[in-house]
Design a binder for this molecule. Structure first.
Ligand code: ADP
Ligand code: MG
Length: 386
């Protein structure tokens, strides 16, 4: 379908006079602490952020989905009954994947016109992909008269990304986009999906600094790290069959095994084991309002990711270092997979302007790159915009 036709159609669906037009939004997220622990069945601590993807949905009489992304300025259309729907390394994979997985899980869908408006920076590690999946799922389900619990929507969206798009991601992004709460972070147990709701003081901001780099290493090294963790699990499971993931390994066990592990595998395991412990300590700190202690755990997390897990890069290290020199910063670390992307800093609200100025200037002087800085608060999870 050409762009012109799509544009005409989309004027139609945003017209509020059309019966049944509804709007749904789903937020991006930032992980405060607990990095690379998700696929080790450990703990993470994400918060949803006040940058979201919005989907406007209007029903159609047939079984077609016609989708327009404002960000990509492109329309696509497909039939829900098409047996040949496959991923094609295109943004529409996320929408198709969600539709296919919903149908496979017995949520029969009506046809619809969808218009997507994304304000989550794309490809920067703030999970614009989960925001797109979750907002699409909410829109398609509501448009078809289905009511599904947010946790189940998260699982279905993760399946769409794993099985249809072909990205081996954990559950964290979809979970927090569905279940986030305003002024709260969640400590999520990636094994059981149990979670603890933790207060984020209203006088601090979650400040996300985008290094504006993404090194090629990111996806290949992600797979290497997963394999290294599996090698660690294999070692521990030989002496204790109860070990299913690095989540099950204690610090004492790790130290005892040091002589038997290669130096690299030992350090990878040490990051995961210590990072899980840090998330638990950080949760206690937030619960008791101790931001200094919380910030320390963030700083330690960064050092562990840099030195033991080796997924940082000079731009991330520089951004964290610059943040550390600003008054009113409790803690700072890389967030996301690493090798570029963003850092997260917890900053006193009244010091944010100073942070933006100082960090942006320092970073640009050193790298020649202008960083983007997003000043966020912990936001609510997905829902209908009324
Ligand atoms: P991240 O989730 O960190 O932003 P990903 O690479 O996982 O990065 O997902 C980004 C991809 O998601 C984009 O390349 C695009 O295919 C899709 N996407 C996200 N938001 C939108 C949008 N508003 N419109 C179209 N595609 C989008
Ligand atoms: Mg993503």
């Amino acid at each position: 379908m050409g762009l012109e036709h799509a544009a005409a159609m989309q004027t139609e669906i945003t017209d509020q006079r059309i019966e049944g037009t509804r709007v749904f939004r789903a937020p991006g997220r930032v992980n405060l602490v607990g990095e690379h622990t998700d696929y080790n069945e450990g703990f993470v601590m994400p918060a949803a952020i006040n940058f979201a993807t919005t989907v406007t949905v209007a029903p159609r009489a047939d079984r077609r989905l016609s989708v327009f992304s404002e960000n990509c300025e492109e329309a696509i259309e497909f039939d829900l009954d098409d047996p040949k729907l496959r991923a094609a390394s295109h943004w529409s994979d996320y929408v198709k994947g969600v539709a296919v997985v919903l149908e496979q899980s017995d949520h029969r869908l009506r046809g619809a016109n969808l218009r997507i408006h994304g304000e989550v920076p794309i490809g920067s590690g703030l999970s614009s992909s989960a925001a797109l999946e979750v907002s699409t799922a909410f829109a398609l389900l509501a448009n078809s008269g289905h009511c599904v619990a947010p946790v189940d929507v998260a699982k279905l969206c993760q399946r769409a990304e794993n099985e249809f798009v072909g990205m081996r991601c954990g559950i964290m992004d979809q979970f927090i986009s569905c279940c986030g709460q305003a002024d709260r972070a969640l400590m999520l147990d990636c094994r059981s999906l149990d979670y603890r709701v933790l207060p984020v003081p209203t006088d601090v901001r979650l400040v996300i600094s985008n290094t504006m780099v993404k090194h090629e290493l990111a996806s290949s090294q992600y797979n290497v790290r997963r394999a290294e963790c599996e090698a660690g699990v294999h070692h521990f499971a030989q002496s204790r069959p109860g070990v299913r993931a690095l989540r099950d390994v204690t610090e004492t066990e790790l130290e005892r095994a040091r002589v038997d592990l290669s130096e690299v595998i030992y350090r990878r395991c040490r990051h995961i084991v210590s990072e899980n412990a840090r998330v638990l300590e950080a949760a206690e700190a937030l619960e008791s309002g101790d931001l200094d202690s919380f910030g320390q755990r963030m700083n330690e997390s960064h050092r562990s990711l840099r030195d033991d897990y080796e997924v940082s890069c000079k731009e991330l290290d520089l951004m964290v270092e610059l943040a550390g020199h600003v008054d009113g910063v409790y803690g700072s670390r890389m967030t996301g997979g690493g090798f570029g992307g963003c850092t997260i800093s917890i900053v006193e609200a009244e010091r944010v302007k100073d942070f933006e100025r100082t960090v942006a200037r320092g970073y640009e002087e050193e790298t020649g790159l202008k960083p983007e800085i997003y000043v966020c608060r912990a936001a609510a999870g997905a829902g209908e915009v009324t």
